[in-house]
Design a protein around this ligand. Structure first.
Ligand code: GRG
Length: 304
């Protein structure tokens, strides 16, 4: 991608490869009768995606000198949870999508029941991995990881945000009342909280002091919103990976997004301002957070 530093390019590639190998080990191919659910989990979790959330886990973990195995298992757990949300979001009862990461969605490749089970299994496997002693020797660290991820993913986080989103899509009256503050809150719940956990996990694993945790939280808040605004822009401008599916989707569905509320130019400016704000929170790291800074530009410039 033009403008991306060589260091970031290499880190994105290396970290994605390392997470892929970890996922491959944590979700094995098996031949028992339940093998089909493993196959569908592997289909959804391996070989695709930007791996942004694992990148954030691994990069913050590096700042706090966390052992590689702890960081990789945590990064893989977050990606499992993310993939569960994508599988369920694609189901006929939700977005009813045919394509994900340039391939048939899980329920198209297998069937609806298998896709529901594969999502459930990825969700539960994520917590199993975090709770295992192999992830961290200190039980209080493991407990914090489990509880923070549960809060980020549950009814006050991602699931609640998804409910909020579905209601506003289905009921025109609620939709008309949506303003920038309401949509910001919805996206903060739906995608921001998991991005927030991804930035915080390295700090939890590395037992970082509160001041640095707060800086990461503020960074993640602004990065997560910028990520979502870019997602809305891509839905309008077209994502090459899903061309024909997402182009003009928002206008056609009547869905309220940052773009429908602000217009293209102001939405782009808003994302840029949030990106600058995210970077400003990293000052406390004194140059130790260069990759976190560079990834902001990557998020703003992404095309898929
Ligand atoms: C179904 C419980 C439940 C939750 C769904 C995250 C989510 C909530 C739905 C995903 C649908 C979606 C397209 C949301 C917009 C932003 C987003 C999370 C996009 C997908 O994440 P990326 O771009 O995907 O990081 P990759 O494939 O790169 O991992």
């Amino acid at each position: 991608m033009p403008g991306m530093s060589d260091a970031l390019k290499a880190a994105l590639r290396d970290r994605a490869d390392a997470v892929e190998s970890t996922l491959d080990l944590l979700i094995p191919e098996i031949t028992d009768p339940e093998g089909r659910v493993f196959e569908a989990m592997r289909y959804s979790v391996l070989g695709g995606g930007k791996r942004l959330r694992p990148f954030l886990v691994l990069t913050t973990a590096e700042i706090f000198r966390v052992a590689e195995r702890s960081a990789l298992r945590t990064a893989a757990a977050v990606e499992m949870l993310h993939c569960y949300s994508l599988i369920h979001d694609d189901l006929p009862a939700m977005d009813n999508d045919d394509l994900r990461r340039g391939r048939p969605t899980c329920h198209r490749q297998y069937d609806e029941a298998t896709a529901i089970l594969a999502g459930d299994a990825l969700l539960t496997r994520a917590f199993e991995v975090l709770a295992a002693e192999t992830t961290h020797a200190d039980p209080s660290v493991r407990c914090q990881l489990v509880s923070e991820l549960a809060r980020a993913a549950g009814p006050h986080g991602m699931v609640g945000g998804q409910m909020f989103d579905l209601l506003t899509e289905r009921h025109g009256d609620t939709r008309d009342a949506l303003d920038v503050a309401a949509i910001t809150r919805m996206h903060q719940m739906k995608t921001g909280r998991i991005i927030g956990f991804s930035c915080m996990a390295g700090a939890i694993l590395g037992k970082a002091p509160p001041q640095l945790r707060q800086a990461l939280q503020a960074y993640a808040h602004d990065l997560g919103l910028a990520f979502q605004i870019v997602d809305d822009l891509l839905d309008v401008e077209g994502d090459p990976a899903t061309m024909g599916k997402s182009q003009g989707k928002d206008a056609a569905s009547g869905k309220v997004t940052f773009v429908t509320l602000l217009g293209l130019d102001r939405a782009r400016d808003h994302a840029r301002i949030l990106g600058d704000q995210a970077i400003s929170h990293l000052k406390v790291f004194d140059g130790e957070a260069d990759l976190l800074r560079d990834v902001v530009q990557y998020v703003l410039d992404r095309k898929s």
